[in-house]
Design a protein. Sequence first.
Length: 319
Amino acid sequence: MGDVKHTIRIASTRSGLSAHVIRVWEKRYVGIQPDRTQTNRRLYSEEDIEKLRLLKQATDLGCRIAHIAHLDIPALVDLLAKVRRDQPDATNGNGIQLVSDLPDTWSAENAVTQLMRHTRDLDQEGFHRSLSEATVRLGHQGMLCDVVAPLTRLIGQSWEKGQMTIPQEHAASAALKSFLFSTIKPFGNASAAPKILIATPSDQLHEIGAVMVTAMAASLGWKTYFIGSSVPAHEIAAAAKQKSVHAIALSLVYPHGDPQVVKDLEDLRASLPEGFPVLVGGQAQGSYAKALKSIRAIRCQTLPDLQQSLRTLQSSLSA
Ligand code: B12
């Protein structure tokens, strides 16, 4: 096959995969990384496109992308032959529908419902699978905003109504954190990447918001340092100095209006250089509005707000 290289649009048309899915697979799996132009645009060889085409066929027939992304073209051809032999019904040769021809009922709302079912069934594997699928469908940031954020709200509501047991909530929180951390590795490791430290201050034990912020920042190309929950101000400041980060993000969820948190916020500002960016989010932030104003924190209500704030910070850093 020749040396001609193609854009992602051509790779998408010829492989049958959307450009979005191609980019998500590239981020998540080894073995589908195209060349880049000097301006960092993706360039696909004939082999790359052939591999994407075969991966599309194999995933349509039910193979999991995580299991097959690393295979080369001959191995994929063998695999497809074997799958078609083992599941003759999946091929179109005798007029029976291909899996890819079936109506696609996937939606973010259905994914959240499915994740709630996995939570109730204590099915951590299913939980992981549904989140992986959401990432492929929506991309990493879409999965965080459209699936994980509503899911944590629903879990909270079920818990409040007494419809969720402690094991169900704990298992879901553990699965969520482990999945989100597993998605962080591919992003933000370039030596020039801006750096951010993420924590919750004293007595703030809920950490999923902080983990979501970590995943989102990593996805936007930041090198992230997540140092966990209930970290005293002087320790946060010391870790920020140790890693020479460019910003700190704090998540405030529960309790509301705690004087210890107010003191932590003031101590933190006093330990940082003038104007150092401190981003604050989480559902309890409103109850700390006065303290946040006095420490000149950048308040973010939602993950899209965070995307915006990090992009602004990033461009001010590179200016
Ligand atoms: C998991 C969970 C737990 C776990 C925590 C496990 C862990 N290691 O984190 C455990 C079981 C320990 C727990 C305990 C409790 N919990 Co709890 N918990 C939750 C749950 C389901 C998710 C928690 C979470 O991390 N949320 C944080 C994020 C995901 O949500 P968020 O604050 O809305 O943040 C959003 C944005 O603001 C943004 N964001 C968050 N942080 C940041 C930071 C920055 C910088 C930016 C930019 C953005 C950002 O991201 C989110 C995206 O949607 C919530 C439900 C919920 N909706 O949050 C209840 C919830 C927070 N818990 C609640 C309660 C009452 C408790 C307990 C008091 C229960 C009890 N009776 O013991 C204890 C308190 C423990 C303590 N001392 O703090 C209540 C709080 C109610 C209130 N008045 O605030 C909630 C809301 C459930 C409910 N609906 O009743 N909980």
